[in-house]
Design a protein around this ligand. Structure first.
Ligand SMILES: Cc1cc2nc3c(=O)[nH]c(=O)nc-3n(C[C@H](O)[C@H](O)[C@H](O)COP(=O)(O)OP(=O)(O)OC[C@H]3O[C@@H](n4cnc5c(N)ncnc54)[C@H](O)[C@@H]3O)c2cc1C
Length: 111
């Protein structure tokens, strides 16, 4: 079953195999054991707080996330900047402070 994105019409075609080549479509949230409703943004990415911690993770061990899993499909420069920022947040969590650079806040926009 296919959906024509121009007309919105649903089309049924018989076939033996369907390959989906959609690139990155989002993190596999069902494997994370999260409270999905509380942990997911409207874009179906991980919801993090200002310290890059995934919200609503069960248990006391913090989980930090960044990059496409948080931002959604994006560019490598954002993933690198977010990775550096998340590393600083982890360092702060572990040591109380950090001297690592933190170039971005979560969900910062490019405009
Ligand atoms: C086809 C394609 C082309 C692209 N072209 C460009 C481009 O030309 N320029 C550009 O700037 N960006 C491009 N991007 C986007 C860029 O690749 C991503 O924005 C960037 O790689 C995101 O980095 P990340 O570290 O957030 O995620 P990823 O690079 O996806 O890294 C996530 C890692 O986590 C691993 N992983 C997943 N689940 C688990 C698990 N349970 N346990 C352990 N490890 C796990 C994965 O194997 C992966 O190695 C492209 C993306 C795609 C899909």
């Amino acid at each position: 079953m296919l959906v024509d994105h121009v007309s919105g019409e649903t089309v049924r075609e018989a076939c033996d195999l369907v390959l989906i080549a959609a690139g990155f479509t989002g993190p596999e949230l069902d494997r994370l054991g999260l409270n999905l409703e509380a942990s997911v943004t409207p874009r179906a990415t991980l919801r993090v707080d200002q310290s890059w911690r995934v919200e609503a993770v069960p248990g006391s061990t913090p989980v930090f996330a960044c990059g496409d899993a948080v931002r959604g499909q994006s560019l490598i420069v954002w993933a690198i900047a977010e990775g550096r920022s998340a590393a600083a947040a982890v360092d702060t969590y572990l040591n109380g402070s950090t001297e690592l650079p933190s170039p971005l806040e979560p969900y910062a926009l490019s405009w």
